[in-house]
Write a protein that binds this ligand. Structure first.
Ligand code: PXG
Length: 459
């Protein structure tokens, strides 16, 4: 590929003329031109102008091992030479998904021992929905097919993913979701806790909304509850410690399956391999993708609990579901090497015992006090900064979401890539970040906040 023969302007023009982008206003894209990222190394990404940016988002919540890892390129190259592709349909297999499945069963919660592969988180959630509904049919309860999810949840962009998700803007464009999916409140204390309500009590109240939805439908009509352990795209919403154990208790009480979507939280982000372990719960399915390969290859793994597996094996016959690239040998080779490196470098422990606590303290001591900041919160290496007009009343700037974009643009101009979602700034850096990288990020974010405040005051 010789993109170097093209100027940035040419690349932008061709991009606008021929490339439809995800979650993009194409009219705006034509006017502004895309930011073209050309290379990356360690924690840094570089655009076509050579500008260096510290990547506070690990790509899109996925490059946990950092950029430029030769070992992953070599794993892909070796596998491509030996066997670039063969399928895993009709009782065939190839070695790398076999070995990867063994590894995943070792690091997953004890009740989870089987894996179904796809190429994206959206596909994995589609598989999860099909599997869970199929499970209840096999159990002789076909009417137990309703799924409870949450407002602002993100479960992907296919029709099933969008339907499971709770994003209004996405549902509007769907114009007809998969039936029998309902959405309850999210565990977001900063905006939804009542005056004087403790975090603990708020967590129990948010969990109670799941029970209410089960009782409203009747437990014999509810297949499962699905949730991200920490809501990601919805704004890094970290539930109180009381929430997940109570949701699990409720699911067990009414015999409702528990589906966790760990597409963002999986593979070390919260300081354990899976957030299920951080929150001490045993889900029936765990959706994973992204950091499974650190984004070096498209791969998802739906981890399936023993209860579902037993029924599928004993009563299921053929499961009429699968993707050409399920268990892709190259993607699985890269995943194996990625997990090996994460383990060798002790990155999960480092997040738990060193960088995670340091990140929390740095946000608290260096960002939380800023006049524009209503709250900072983090878990492991996943954090959020709430942008407000008034700290005391939590009043936001209008129109909604407009101030966070100002902060983001200043951050990018000052060498810091981070995301704005609504009125919340989001951070989800590579797990290779050190204390020094965290300090560098805080310097740049603090500067962006000062500059944004000056701009916003002029409004
Ligand atoms: N579940 C969760 C929890 C996710 O975060 C998906 C499923 C879908 O994965 P795929 O691989 O199909 O994209 C995701 C993806 C954002 C953003 O704006 C987040 C995601 C994707 C794109 C943008 O934060 N998460």
């Amino acid at each position: 590929m010789t993109y170097q023969n093209y100027s940035l302007k040419q690349l932008q023009q061709i991009d606008a003329a021929h490339h439809l982008h995800p979650f993009t206003d194409h009219k705006e894209l034509r006017e502004a031109g895309s930011r073209v990222i050309t290379h990356a190394n360690g924690p840094f990404i570089y655009d076509s102008e050579g500008t260096e940016l510290l990547d506070g988002m690990a790509g899109l919540w996925c490059v946990n091992i950092g950029y430029g890892r030769e070992e992953l390129a070599e794993a892909a190259y070796a596998q491509m030479k030996e066997l670039p592709y063969y399928n895993s349909f009709f009782k065939c297999s190839t070695p790398t998904p076999v070995l990867l499945s063994k590894k995943l069963a070792e690091i997953a919660p004890d009740n989870v021992n089987q894996v179904f592969y796809g190429s994206s988180g959206s596909e994995a959630n589609d598989t999860a929905l099909r599997l869970v509904r199929h499970y209840w049919v096999l159990e002789g309860k076909p009417e137990k097919n309703r799924v409870i999810s949450r407002k602002m949840a993100y479960h992907g962009s296919t029709i099933a993913g969008t339907s499971l998700g709770g994003m209004d803007a996405m549902h509007k464009q769907l114009n007809g979701a998969v039936p029998n999916i309902v959405h309850v409140m999210m565990p977001y204390a900063y905006e939804l806790a009542l005056p004087g309500e403790s975090d603990h009590d708020f967590g129990l109240r948010a969990a109670k909304s799941v029970e209410d939805a089960i009782l409203e439908a009747g437990a014999d009509k509810v297949a499962a509850f699905i949730g991200e352990p920490v809501m990601g795209a919805g704004g890094v919403k970290i539930p109180p410690a009381s929430y997940w154990p109570e949701v699990q208790r409720i699911c067990r009480k009414y015999d409702v399956l528990l589906m966790l979507d760990e597409v963002i939280t999986g593979y070390g982000r919260t300081g354990e391999w899976f957030a299920a372990q951080t929150f001490g719960i045993e889900p029936d399915t765990i959706t994973t993708a992204k950091a499974l390969t650190s984004g070096y290859q498209p791969l998802s793994a739906l981890l399936v609990g023993d209860r579902i597996t037993a029924t599928l094996v004993e009563k299921g016959g053929e499961f009429n579901h699968g993707y050409t690239y399920s268990g892709h040998p190259v993607a699985c080779a890269v995943a194996l090497k990625n997990l090996e490196l994460i383990e060798q470098e002790g990155l999960v422990d480092r997040v738990k015992n060193d960088t995670g606590p340091y990140f929390a303290k740095a946000l608290q001591e260096r960002i939380a006090g800023h006049e524009l900041v209503g709250e900072v919160r983090s878990i492991g290496l996943m954090g959020a900064i709430e942008i407000v007009k008034d700290k005391a009343t939590k009043e936001r700037f209008l129109p909604s979401g407009s101030a966070a974009v100002v902060v983001r643009d200043h951050a990018i101009a000052n060498g810091m890539m981070l995301r704005a979602t609504g009125d919340t700034m989001i951070l989800s850096p590579p797990l290779i970040w050190t204390r020094d990288t965290i300090d560098m990020a805080c310097d740049r974010i603090a500067k962006a906040l000062d500059l944004a405040q000056a701009d916003l005051r002029k409004r």
